[in-house]
Design a protein around this ligand. Structure first.
Ligand SMILES: [Cu+2]
Length: 388
């Protein structure tokens, strides 16, 4: 294609006139489109506000002023205005970290018969890092919820009691069940039960699935269920540890008063803290333990709500890795360095370490380490500490 030159005949003048008109139209259409997009975004924000309990009334209770309900900071302000509170700490943070009672990472025993699981949801303030308080929607003992351990093929009866102020629900990824029947909203003060058979082995997420799900998960409504494969499928583990990875999005530093959920930061995937089992770096001060040569099995579940965990143990390799918690040994990987655990997914890792020492386990997506997703495995009861 050749373009008419300025010096050619009058048709070039006509071309530029038409081009100018078209350009003007394009600009005009663009402007209209921008306005429409702005209106759409504005509408979406309004819808989101309506969808959040902040503007809702449930069972006659006004939802304003409830813990975790602060939606300020979610205005039209751009991402550039978001403030990070990563690393905020009081002067006595070290003493607080030492005094903190770590979430038990040991896999609890599996019950016999029907696994009767009673989960209680409640609003409470939790500690997510030394001196950092968060107004959570969580479980009776905080976030994550209790680790549930069942055996493959076992019948599981879930009873959920909602002691919170707004409707909640519980979605088990380990269940094959009609979600509209089992995972429906439970109103405050009410309980619901459902039963499923845990036919699929692995480590699975359970979480509140009430809208907006991002907010319910980010506020602490998640936990892990381990469905142990049939005996003999996996090499026998000497230690079984369960790690639930998650991230936290704060509207304040949480030092003087409990922080609340920042939807804007959650949408920007800009967490302030990232944790294993709900508290930044808790297994650095309170390491997990193993004897030299023991087979240590990590059941890792990433609750997100939005960011993967890249699991790595410093100083060794993952002898057996069961990606995505597919527990078929024929699908396992061996002697790999780092494995991704997706948000909303799980994976299982075996390590056998012979040399005594302090072996950090991390998400090797290293911003996650700075934000708290790090712990230590103390092999052989050695002294000392290590930061990585
Ligand atoms: Cu909920």
């Amino acid at each position: 294609m050749s373009y008419p030159s300025q010096s050619s005949n009058s048709s070039s003048g006509a071309f530029f006139m038409v081009a100018t008109i078209l350009l003007g139209l394009a600009v005009g259409i663009g402007a209209i489109f921008s306005v429409l997009m702005w209106a759409d975004a504005h509408q979406a924000r309004d819808d989101a506000k309506k969808a959040t309990p902040a503007a809702a009334s449930v069972g006659g209770h006004s939802m304003a002023g409830m813990p975790g309900m602060d939606m300020s900071g979610d205005s039209a302000a751009g991402i550039g205005s978001l403030t990070s509170y990563a690393g905020a700490a009081p002067d006595n943070a070290d003493a607080l970290a030492t005094a903190h009672k770590p979430y038990p990472a040991d896999l609890p025993p599996a019950p016999a018969g029907v696994a009767d699981v009673h989960l209680v949801l409640t609003d409470l303030t939790v500690q997510i890092a030394p001196g950092v308080k968060y107004a959570a929607w969580a479980w009776a003992k905080g976030a994550p919820g209790p680790v549930i351990h069942v055996r493959q093929g076992q019948l599981v009866k879930i009873t959920l009691t909602n002691n919170g102020a707004i409707p909640h629900s519980v979605d088990f990824h380990a269940a094959r069940i009609a979600p509209d029947k089992a995972f429906g909203d439970v109103f405050p003060g009410k309980s619901v039960s459902y039963t499923f058979r845990a036919n699929d082995a692995g480590v699975f997420m359970y979480h509140c699935g009430t809208k907006p799900v991002l907010m319910h998960i980010a506020n602490g409504m998640y936990g892990a269920i381990v469905v142990e494969p049939k005996p003999g499928v996996l090499p026998k583990a000497d230690k079984n540890y369960v790690l639930v990875a998650s991230e936290w999005y704060l509207d304040s530093d949480g030092l003087t008063k409990p922080a609340q959920f920042s939807q804007a930061k959650a949408h920007a995937r800009m967490p302030d803290w990232m944790t294993f089992n709900g508290y930044a770096g808790q297994y650095v001060k309170h390491p997990l333990t193993a004897k030299p040569g023991e087979l240590v099995r990590f059941w890792v579940m990433d609750a997100g709500p939005s960011i993967d965990t890249d699991f790595h143990v410093v100083g060794t390799l993952l002898d057996n890795a069961y990606p995505f918690a597919d527990m078929n040994p024929a699908h396992a990987l061996h002697n790999v360095q780092t494995m991704t655990v997706p948000a909303g997914g799980g994976a299982v890792f075996d390590v056998r370490i012979h040399e005594p020492g302090l072996y950090p386990f991390v998400s090797h997506s290293f911003a996650a380490v700075d934000q708290g997703q790090v712990g230590l495995l103390n092999v052989g009861n050695v002294n000392g500490t290590m930061s990585h």
